[in-house]
Structure formats: structure tokens, C-alpha cells
Design a protein around this ligand. Structure first.
Ligand code: AMP
Ligand code: GLY
Length: 428
């Protein structure tokens, strides 16, 4: 199998790691990759959204299967482009990727399919949006409809803040084209989980469920980020809840996409808010694997990932994905000072030569200079994943290894999995 992974973050490093673990003999390429993927694959210096050069590279290397990590190339039609050239691709068409790339579209699909989600309205003009804010109870959530790297949702405790967010997006264009349409929605209470469903457009096979930590700071304070850490499994994701998610969210969304003649294949990521009554409310759909969710769940998969992606890419249906029945996994993200607004770049990174058993360090924003030194080259720099027989042990290993890695300006949360820890100890 000649396999190309598109992307260059922690998610793509974890994908390369998982593919090689399943088949040590696999021929792997990664575009553009990072210093972590360079240890497992041949990196191609091509940006993840350079459709022409990626299509040429797939041709030149005789790639059998292309797995597309990030949302931007999916929304720009990379999967369509490669399929038109007769290639097997794991990832949705541009039309189907609208489930993530346009929140207005996504809410429309949910409404048509009767999927539980927050009451909302979509606006392009400031005045009607402000009138809507005025008539609705606090708190409200104001969202840029387009792609904004996880930073386009503003949770507003008061109407005044919601009005300010509306003026910023629709009036001042703070999110550019992504914020030219906004979705204003009711605030959902509950606990958030990330459900990643591998799908051929009809059927789903779930990866282990995880919980991301979107806020920058410990205690879930500070701004929203792309994700500062995650853990899996999550106690609230009971078999009964996942069955509801399958029946009330995932399958209806897929059916509605088929009805619209834009079937969705690849990974449908449902961000769900589980309320006290066990109802899975959709916060968002994404059209791909999560980051850092991938880094925390793939180490729990014990087989069938490559085969499952291969079958979906060839229209042969979904295949079972096996998971380790007992182990727990915790990922801590190491970010650079200033993330998410203006991360500092360039600091030299030192990683202990000998990592504890069960610990993996997945690279994200790193680069190796011509001097061979590993340096900070992005906002989220490294992911420390620890797999252990218990959650508590995985959490300790991930945190201790995060402490043992050094670079100037390192920022990380020591409380990844705090909800699970509180459940286990019974303390608030
Ligand atoms: P989104 O970009 O839609 O995933 O939103 C980013 C984050 O904002 C989510 O992961 C939630 O933590 C929070 N959020 C978004 N929408 C809501 C909502 N309706 N109620 C509560 N929290 C929300
Ligand atoms: N971690 C959230 C996301 O991948 O969208």
C-alpha cells in the first residue's frame, strides 16, 4: 500500500504512527508533514491546500490511498480533484465538507433532519441580527459561519456582548469572509464530547469517544483554542448515549446529505453537548478527524483503521475498527506563549531521549533548522499522549512528560481530564 497523508499537524503525525503500527511495511508520504512525520514517512514539501501540486505528487508517487487531515483542503475540493483523476481518497467532497465549512448550511441540514441542536438563526445584516439578540435570553453564542480554525464561536454571557460580537463580525469584518454570515444560537448546558464516526455515507463505525479542552487555561478559563488536550474514554459516553447519537444525530445527518445528492464519506465528527437528561445536542459538525482528538484516540485503536479507510475510499462500506478494551489515554498539548493570538516562534525544544513506556510525543508546530536543532514553529507545538491501564495513570504520565519537555515560553494545562478525575474521586 502506498499511502499519502495530507497535513502537517499532530493529527497527521498520529495518523502516520497508526498506519505504520498496523503495517510496518507500508509506504508512507506526508505533505507537508513535520519533523515527527519525517521519522515515519517521506515528507513532501507541499502545502496541504496546494491542490495542483498534491495531485501531481499523488500521480508521481503512484499513491493508492490519500487520507486528508485538515478541513481547508477538503472544503477547497482536494478529494473531488483526486477522485476525478481516479484515485482512492478518504475524505468528503467539497459539497459534503460544507457541513463544517458553513455553519449556516450545517444548521439547515440539522433542521431538515430533526437533529437536536441549539435554536438558532442565520444573519448577513447587522440590524436584524441585533434585533434578534435583543429578543432572546442570555447567554447567547455568536458564530462566524465560515472556517475560523476553532476560534469563530464567541460565547456571550450578556446581550451586550452578543451585540458587540455581531457588530465586530458583520460590521467590522473581524473574521473576514468567514464572518460575513453569522449564526446566533442559544447556549447549551452540559458536558461536551467528540464523536468521530468513520462513514461510507450510509453506515457508521465509531472511533473511541474523547473529550477535548478548548479553553487555553486551567479550570476552562481563557479564550477558545483549537484544543489544549483530550482524554478517552469518557464516562458520560455510555453505550446508551452513543446509540442515541447514532440514531438521532449521525444517521439522520447522513440520510439528509444523501437526500441532497451530496453524500458524506470520511469522518463525520459530531461535537455533542450531553445534557442532564442524556440528550446529545449537536454543537457542531466537522468533516474530518479532530485535533487533538486523533492523537488521544488512535493509540487506543488495536486494528482495522487502515482497512476501514481503504474500504470507505473505494466505496466498499465501513469495516469494524477494533479498540483496546481497557486502556485509557490522555493527551496534553504544549503550546507556545502568545497562542492562540500571536504565538512566539523559534525557541529550541528539548525532549527526553528516553520516554516512559506508553508515552508518545506527536509533533505539530515544530521545525528542524539546517543546524539540526528542533524549534518552535507554530502555536500548538507538541502533543504528549500517554496510554495506561487506568485514567489516573495515563493522566500522570502525560503531565509528567509534558513537564520534562523544555522550550522557552512553553504553555500547557496540568488539568487535562479534570471532569473524569472529579468523577473518579467524587470531589468537585
Ligand atoms: P464551535 O466552533 O461551534 O465548535 O464552537 C467552539 C466551542 O464553543 C464549542 O466547542 C463549545 O465549547 C462552545 N460552544 C459553541 N456553541 C455553543 C453553544 N450553543 N452552547 C454552549 N457552548 C457552545
Ligand atoms: N479539537 C477540535 C477540532 O478538531 O475541531
Amino acid at each position: 500500500m502506498r499511502l499519502l497523508v495530507v497535513g502537517g499537524g499532530g493529527r497527521e503525525h498520529a495518523l502516520c504512527w497508526a498506519f505504520r503500527r498496523e503495517d510496518p511495511g507500508v509506504d508512507l508520504w506526508c505533505a507537508p508533514g513535520n519533523p515527527g512525520t519525517a521519522e515515519l514517512a517521506t515528507n513532501l514539501p507541499i502545502a496541504a491546500d496546494d491542490l495542483d501540486r498534491l495531485a501531481d505528487a499523488a500521480d508521481m508517487q503512484g499513491i493508492d490511498l490519500t487520507v486528508i487531515g485538515p478541513e481547508v483542503p477538503l472544503a477547497r475540493g482536494l478529494a473531488d480533484r483526486l477522485r476525478a483523476e481516479g484515485r482512492a481518497v478518504f475524505g468528503p467532497s467539497a459539497a459534503a465538507a460544507q457541513l463544517e465549512a458553513s455553519k449556516a448550511f450545517s444548521k439547515d441540514v440539522m433542521a431538515s433532519a430533526g437533529i437536536p441542536t441549539a435554536l438558532s438563526r442565520t444573519f448577513r445584516e447587522v440590524q436584524p441580527a441585533l434585533e434578534y439578540v435583543d429578543r432572546h435570553p442570555e447567554p447567547l453564542v455568536v458564530k462566524a459561519s465560515g472556517l475560523a480554525a476553532g476560534k469563530g464561536a464567541i460565547v456571550c454571557p450578556t446581550r451586550a456582548e452578543a451585540a458587540a460580537a455581531v457588530r465586530a463580525m458583520l460590521g467590522d469584518g473581524t473574521f473576514g469572509e468567514a464572518g460575513a454570515t453569522v449564526v446566533i444560537e442559544a447556549f447549551l448546558e452540559g458536558e461536551e464530547i467528540s464523536v468521530l464516526a468513520v462513514t461510507d455515507g450510509r453506515d457508521v463505525e465509531l472511533l473511541p469517544v474523547s473529550q477535548d479542552h478548548k479553553r487555553l487555561l486551567e479550570g476552562d478559563a481563557g479564550p477558545n483554542t483549537g484544543g489544549m488536550g483530550a482524554y478517552s474514554p469518557v464516562a458520560v459516553a455510555t453505550p446508551a448515549l452513543l446509540e442515541r447519537a447514532r440514531r438521532e444525530v449521525l444517521l439522520p445527518a447522513l440520510e439528509e446529505m444523501q437526500r441532497r445528492d451530496t453524500p458524506f464519506t470520511g469522518v463525520l465528527y459530531a461535537g455533542l453537548m450531553v445534557d442532564g437528561a442524556g440528550i446529545p445536542w449537536v454543537v457542531e459538525f466537522n468533516c474530518r478527524l479532530g485535533d487533538p482528538e486523533t492523537q488521544v484516540v488512535l493509540p487506543l485503536v488495536s486494528g482495522g483503521l487502515t482497512d476501514s479507510f481503504w474500504r470507505v475510499a473505494r466505496g466498499e462500506g465501513v469495516a469494524p475498527i477494533a479498540r483496546h478494551p481497557t486502556e485509557a489515554s490522555v493527551t496534553t498539548v504544549l503550546a507556545s506563549r502568545g497562542y492562540p493570538d500571536r504565538p512566539e516562534m523559534g525557541a529550541a525544544i528539548s525532549i527526553p531521549r528516553q520516554l516512559p513506556a506508553g508515552v508518545m510525543v506527536f509533533h505539530a508546530g515544530t521545525a528542524r533548522g539546517s543546524d539540526g536543532v528542533l524549534r518552535v514553529a507554530g502555536g500548538r507545538v507538541l502533543n504528549v499522549t500517554a496510554v495506561a491501564p487506568t485514567f489516573v495513570e495515563a493522566q500522570r504520565l502525560s503531565r509528567e512528560t509534558a513537564e520534562a519537555i523544555h522550550f522557552e515560553g512553553k504553555v500547557f494545562r496540568r488539568d487535562i481530564g479534570w471532569r473524569e478525575a472529579a468523577r473518579l474521586t467524587g470531589l468537585p
